[in-house]
Design a protein around this ligand. Structure first.
Ligand code: ADP
Ligand code: ZN
Length: 758
């Protein structure tokens, strides 16, 4: 953010102030899906107060209702502005956003086709807007005529010391402050008030928060040659003071985190700050702890903070008091005044994309922010997205590789087991013969086991044996999942829940059955089969409480638990040397997702869970159960062959002109009346085709019902615009959207570069 801190006021140059005849116009954006700011005139009494980045109240629309918006720019104009409405009130004493952050949010609005005001509303935390944690208190100054009157007055000693304290200040002081400095109680202050010697003003209290200083400071590790080569390249990029995106492709356990830490060490030395984005704070306790123990001041931005904590942290960051900011995707907006580096760890994780407005991808926002600030961006992963990989292959980004584990140990052998003829699986179990034997052996040898299954609940499908239909949520086009612990069938789309349905809602027969295996059922099966071991399940149902994740991992680390099973929650970042076996229960459930990225996700997940083992000289191995053993995402993952997978998958995507070889924008329509939603979506698709029929490089797909055709009672249709560049997609959409009328009763969501096709 350049050299201008968030709370700096860059005063206008003198010559500009002198042009008094000019009228001041403020550009204001509101929390609306609009492209352009509104202009308002600024009255003389607000002239010296209003700055870009502050919120204002202003009349909006024909009804002139008073709405809060953000001032994003101030201009002088000599044109007649008689027809402009005027700003009513300025709400903030100082800008909430720096000029650079305004520029970045404007870019997001344009790139992700949403309103600038919508972006601002999402970027500035509610606690910062409300100035949570501060309140109005009374402050005291000496009255204007006090000195004159005091010259012929004798005060008691207590009152005299209060006067002495206040003589030394021009800012109002609170009662506790005065008492502390004057060494007295509140009595003398009241005495002086009664004599009218004090002026009383209302001031805002200072924010207070816990200190950011870490208690332990562990030394850096002695890095190896492979890490040194990467570090040197990153240092070079830092010194060049030019933006460069660096893709750090390092296998699991290659020591990427240590490279981030030592790269940040360098920029902290220059008095700058770094932002580290991780997929999810609660899922990466080990990584967070490592940063905490290696830097003086680390701010961890997590979702369990109160508004006032968040406000306090925001201020600490803005004042430059924080060296390293660690957080999930929204930490990319941390107001660090002298940013030196952004790191995105596990850049392939889908959580970096926000699935509500503004639907931004933190990687792209980080890239833009780093470009604006002329600093490097480091993307780290063992399994980079094909988007990032292609950019590095085309030399847009720099590629650094760490093909070996720090320990010098090989990546674990992966055995793919075809379960189609497994007699145990045929009888309805989920752990087949080979995996059972492997678990038994691992336990006998004193090792620990991780089992991965991507379906939570007890049985993923509740269905009727008589009429053969799945029992669906009344509001969604999704089959209910049986959760045995809650004795309920639950919809994973809307959380609708019913007690065990005894009869089928369609045919009324008492023939409801549960089908398939979720983590709860797996837990039961494993506990029954391996009675001697302690089994623990981790999924979003068992880990609802804040901190439960960390506590559970501690039980695993201590050895109290031998078998850890769970959803992708356990696939990330865990580093436990005693894990000698990883089992993937059902690779097919990932492969069979109706999503262009199903193969890529399967490859990533298998590689990531496989990375949890073989981390010590105890060795380790991986067993993948599947009924598609020939599938390329599985065979490449089994060989730890990222390059082979990327080459193969990119070829397929190229043939289909799919991303990353094209840019896609998805438009979703929803409403309570299906016919209205479908008509609207089809009309939009027709207009898009009409506008682009002469361009062979543009494809309009749909409109069609979305894969989840009904969600929370809304019918959903979608269409896609695919073109060679994002500029072209934007141009097409803006042309058609400006002509297109959305009827009442239908809502529309625009998702640029979607990664979710549901
Ligand atoms: P990655 O992020 O690539 O999976 P990590 O940074 O978590 O790898 O490193 C894996 C393990 O190796 C960690 O326990 C880490 O402390 C250790 N480690 C990393 N670099 C070194 C090094 N240079 N010397 C010794 N141990 C290291
Ligand atoms: Zn539902």
């Amino acid at each position: 953010m350049g050299n201008q801190g968030l709370f700096d006021f860059a005063d206008l140059p003198e010559w500009e102030q002198a042009a008094q005849d000019d009228v001041q116009v403020a550009d204001v954006v509101f929390n609306l899906p609009l492209e352009k700011p509104y202009s308002y005139s600024v009255s003389d009494n607000l002239r010296d107060i209003l700055r870009p980045g502050m919120r204002v109240r202003a009349p909006l629309g024909r009804s002139n209702r008073h709405v809060t918006g953000y001032c994003v720019g101030i201009r002088q104009t000599s044109h007649a502005t008689g027809r402009l409405k005027a700003i009513l009130e300025v709400l903030d004493p100082s800008p909430l956003l720096s000029t650079e952050m305004l520029q970045l949010t404007e870019w997001i609005a344009k790139r992700y086709l949403c309103g600038w005001g919508q972006v601002l509303e999402s970027v500035v935390p509610a606690g910062v807007r409300r100035r949570s944690g501060t309140r109005m208190i009374l402050g005291f100054l000496l009255a204007a005529d006090a000195e004159q009157r005091l010259s012929n007055m004798r005060l008691p000693p207590g009152q005299q010391s209060v006067v002495d304290v206040l003589r030394g200040t021009t800012a109002p002081m609170s009662v506790p402050d005065i008492c502390e400095h004057a060494g007295c109680g509140p009595g003398p202050i009241n005495g002086l008030r009664k004599k009218n010697l004090l002026e009383v003003v209302r001031v805002r209290s200072e924010l207070e928060g816990e200190t950011l200083k870490s208690t332990t400071s562990e030394p850096d590790l002695q890095i190896n040659l492979q890490q040194q080569a990467c570090l040197t390249a990153i240092h070079k990029a830092i010194e060049a003071q030019q933006h460069q995106t660096i893709l750090l492709h390092g296998v699991t356990g290659s020591g990427k985190t240590e490279v981030y830490i030592q790269a940040i060490r360098e920029i902290v030395r220059y008095g700058r700050q770094a932002i580290v984005l991780v997929p999810e704070i609660s899922l990466t306790p080990q990584t967070i702890r490592r940063f905490g123990s290696r830097f003086q001041s680390v701010a961890v931005l997590h979702s369990h903070m109160s508004d006032s904590e968040r406000h306090w942290q925001w201020q600490q960051i803005a004042q430059g008091n924080v060296e390293v900011i660690v957080g999930a995707r929204s930490a990319v907006f941390a107001p660090a005044p002298h940013l030196g580096l952004i790191v995105i760890d596990e850049e392939h994780e889908p959580t970096f994309k926000q699935e509500s407005i503004p639907r931004y991808h933190a990687r792209e926002v980080a890239r833009e922010r780093c470009r604006m600030e002329n600093i490097p961006l480091v993307l780290g992963s063992a399994t980079p997205t094909l988007e990032s990989w292609l950019r590095s292959q085309r030399q847009h980004d720099q590629l650094l590789s760490m093909p070996d584990r720090v320990s010098g140990l090989p990546l674990p052998p992966v055995v793919v087991v075809d379960i189609r003829n497994d007699p145990i699986i045929a009888r309805g179990a989920s752990v087949g013969r080979a995996l059972q034997q492997a678990i038994r052996r691992a336990l006998t040898d004193g090792g620990q086991v991780i089992l991965f299954l991507n379906l939570r609940g007890y049985s993923p499908t509740v269905w009727c044996r008589k009429c053969g239909s799945g029992i669906k949520c009344p509001d969604c086009d999704l089959t209910l999942t049986w959760h045995r612990d809650r004795q309920s069938a639950i919809c994973h789309g809307c959380d609708y829940s019913v007690p065990a349905p005894e009869e089928c809602p369609s045919c009324q027969n008492p023939s409801v059955r549960y089908f398939g295996t979720g983590t709860q059922k797996l837990e039961e099966e494993v506990a029954a089969a391996f009675g001697e071991a302690t089994v623990m399940r981790m999924d979003s149902d068992s880990m609802k409480k804040h901190g439960s994740h960390d506590a559970a991992l501690e039980r695993f680390r201590s050895g109290e638990v031998q078998i850890l099973l769970g959803t992708q929650m356990i696939a990330k970042g865990l580093d436990f040397p005693n894990v000698t076996l990883v089992g993937v229960i059902d690779a097919d459930s990932m492969l069979n997702q109706p999503d262009m990225r199903a193969a890529e996700r399967t490859f990533q997940l298998i590689s990531q869970v496989a990375g949890r083992t073989g981390r010590s000289d105890r060795g380790g191995r991986v067993i993948v159960q599947t009924s598609c053993p020939e599938d390329t995402s599985i065979t490449f993952a089994a060989k730890h062959d990222y390059l082979g997978f990327a080459r193969h998958e990119l070829k397929e995507r190229h043939e289909l002109s799919a991303p990353p070889f094209s840019c896609v924008t998805r438009v979703i329509f929803r409403g309570l009346q299906e016919s209205q939603v479908s008509t609207t979506a089809c009309e939009a698709a027709r207009q898009l085709r009409k506008a682009t029929h002469e361009d062979p490089h543009v494809r309009i797909l749909g409109a069609a019902p979305a894969p989840i055709a009904r969600l929370r009672a809304y019918f959903r249709y979608h269409l896609q615009i695919a073109a060679p560049t994002e500029e072209r997609v934007r141009e097409i959409w803006l042309t058609v959207a400006s002509l297109f009328q959305l009827p009442d009763g239908v809502e529309m969501a625009v998702d640029v570069d979607p990664i979710n096709s549901r």
